[in-house]
Structure formats: C-alpha cells, structure tokens
Design a binder for this molecule. Structure first.
Ligand SMILES: Cc1cc2nc3c(=O)[nH]c(=O)nc-3n(C[C@H](O)[C@H](O)[C@H](O)COP(=O)(O)O)c2cc1C
Length: 187
C-alpha cells in the first residue's frame, strides 16, 4: 500500500474479531511508534499493553460511571449519555489488545510527541490488516493513581493515547472531512 492509501484508508474500528494480535506484531507497531519525531529528541513515550479483557471491562465500567457523573459539569458529554447508560456498551469494544502510550511530563512536548507515535501505530496497524481506535473515553481512568500503580506506570507519566488494536469485524465507514480552511497563503 502506498502511504496516501494508508492515510486515506485508515478507519476507527469499533468491533473486533475474537483473536489475539500476535505479540511480535504489537512489538513491531510500538517500534514503528517510537520512530516518530520528538521535541529535543526527548522520546517521552512509554507503553503498557493490555490483553486482559476482564481488566478492560472493569476499566470500561469505571470510565462510564465517571463520565456519567460529569454530564452536568461538562455539557459536551451529554451526547454520550445513552451510550454510557447502556450496560452492554464497552468503551474498548471487546478489542483483544489495548496499547497505552504514557508520556513523561518532564518533557513539555510529551502530548505532541506521544500523539505522533500514536498516529504512526494506527497507520502501520492499518497497513498490516489491523484495525485501531483511539479511545478518549479511557483517558481519565487511565490516569487514576491506583490504576497507574497496578500497571507499573511511574507517577510523572500521563496517559496520552489509549489505542485499541485488533482484526476488524465488518467494514467501517468513511467519516467525511470538511474542506480544509486555509486562512491565508502568503506568497
Ligand atoms: C483524541 C481522540 C479521541 C477519540 N476517542 C474516541 C472514543 O472514546 N471512542 C471512539 O469510538 N472513538 C474515538 N475516537 C475516534 C474518532 O471518533 C474518529 O477518529 C473520528 O470519528 C473519525 O473517524 P476515522 O478515525 O474513522 O477517520 C477518538 C479520536 C481521537 C483523535
């Protein structure tokens, strides 16, 4: 696949086959992730890989509860109320693998750098026939001190990118893009 086909073809995948992603593939994707640029060459990323579906389900339940509790303070979340109230809904969509990119807050650019690593991983995953999805719903819970401790994540690291990986179930529709706004083009 050519790079422009990969960029245009990647989709957020929200249903996965019940088969694991081979460990060597996950490792290769992480290796491709760390080839992203980073400010001052600081490479502030570190990773956690979760294949334990029960842990993901518990995390999902907690995240849904937290998000429901915030609907009043954060009106933006209201659009997700019915989803969060749905007992069957799992924010991780039953994916076999969750890769968490934690950024070292010592680097002022850790969010940018980890996000670039995340995009590398999502694009490379697509090229290898895998689906991926960034799960923003997992952010808050992923930064909870007790979960970080359980996952072996040092205090000074913050979760930047929770990424699902797995073999896609079904076709995922293209989300149309708005025309890019170019404020000006100075020549
Ligand atoms: C920062 C961020 C957070 C996201 N959080 C979620 C999420 O919690 N759940 C979800 O299903 N998709 C999530 N997405 C995926 C977006 O909904 C998706 O990228 C968008 O609809 C465009 O679709 P595409 O990725 O297929 O092009 C997130 C994407 C980004 C970049």
């Amino acid at each position: 696949m050519k790079l422009d086909e990969i960029i245009r073809g990647r989709r957020s995948v929200r249903a996965y086959e019940d088969r694991p992603v081979p460990e060597e593939v996950v490792r290769e994707l992480i290796d491709l992730g760390i080839h992203a640029p980073s400010a001052s060459r600081m490479q502030p990323w570190s990773f956690v890989v979760i294949e334990d579906k029960e842990l993901m389900r518990e995390w999902s339940d907690r995240a849904k509860e937290q998000l429901l509790g915030q609907m009043e303070q954060i009106p933006y979340l209201k659009q997700y109320q019915a989803l969060m109230e749905n007992k069957e809904f799992n924010i991780f969509y039953g994916a076999p693998c969750l890769v968490l990119i934690y950024g070292n807050t010592v680097s002022p650019s850790h969010v940018n750098d980890c996000t670039l690593a995340a995009q590398n991983i999502m694009l490379a995953a697509y090229e290898k026939g895998l689906g991926s999805c960034w799960v923003g719903f997992a952010m808050q819970t992923g930064n909870a001190p007790e979960l970080k401790q359980k996952l072996g994540v040092p205090e000074k690291y913050r979760l930047v990118a929770p990424l699902l990986l797995g073999y896609p179930r079904g076709e995922w529709p293209y989300v149309p893009r708005n025309e890019p706004i170019i404020f000006s083009w100075q020549k």
